[in-house]
Design a protein around this ligand. Structure first.
Ligand code: SF4
Ligand code: SF4
Length: 118
């Protein structure tokens, strides 16, 4: 049951989760070429060992275990997975999500998780 990064990371992307991940499965890191262009960070579901350490490290509650994902954030399963095959497609899907969720995106990132389940 991997973990996934969701919409509060948009506009935050502070990499706090990278620092606590024991298996380095959250990318792009700040020292990777892809970092500036990435809208969010992405968890590699193949490498994730499901330890949960990243969840409390995230200041905006952007990270969920797959079973806990709110319906509104389900698309981020695909977004996280796809980035590892092709960042452009992941960014296209994020763009689609942002366009389709204007009310959510108008919120401050720290306030988004509170309305994920509503
Ligand atoms: S659950 Fe653990 S292994 Fe998976 S991304 Fe978070 S910190 Fe890394
Ligand atoms: S800690 Fe949260 S907001 Fe920061 S990069 Fe990780 S998922 Fe994004």
């Amino acid at each position: 049951m991997p973990y996934y990064i969701t919409d509060p990371c948009i506009g935050t992307k502070d990499t706090a989760c990278v620092d606590v991940c024991p298996v380095d499965c959250i990318h792009p890191r700040k020292d990777e070429d892809a970092f500036p262009a990435a809208t969010i960070l992405f968890i590699d579901p193949v490498e994730c060992i499901d330890c949960g350490a990243c969840v409390p490290a995230c200041p905006v509650q952007a990270i969920y275990a797959e079973d806990d994902l709110p319906e509104s954030q389900r698309v981020f399963v695909q977004i996280n997975e796809v980035w590892y095959k092709g960042p452009a497609e992941a960014e296209r899907l994020i763009g689609e999500y942002v366009t389709g969720a204007p009310d959510q995106m108008a919120l401050d990132p720290k306030d988004r998780a509170a309305v994920h389940g509503k």
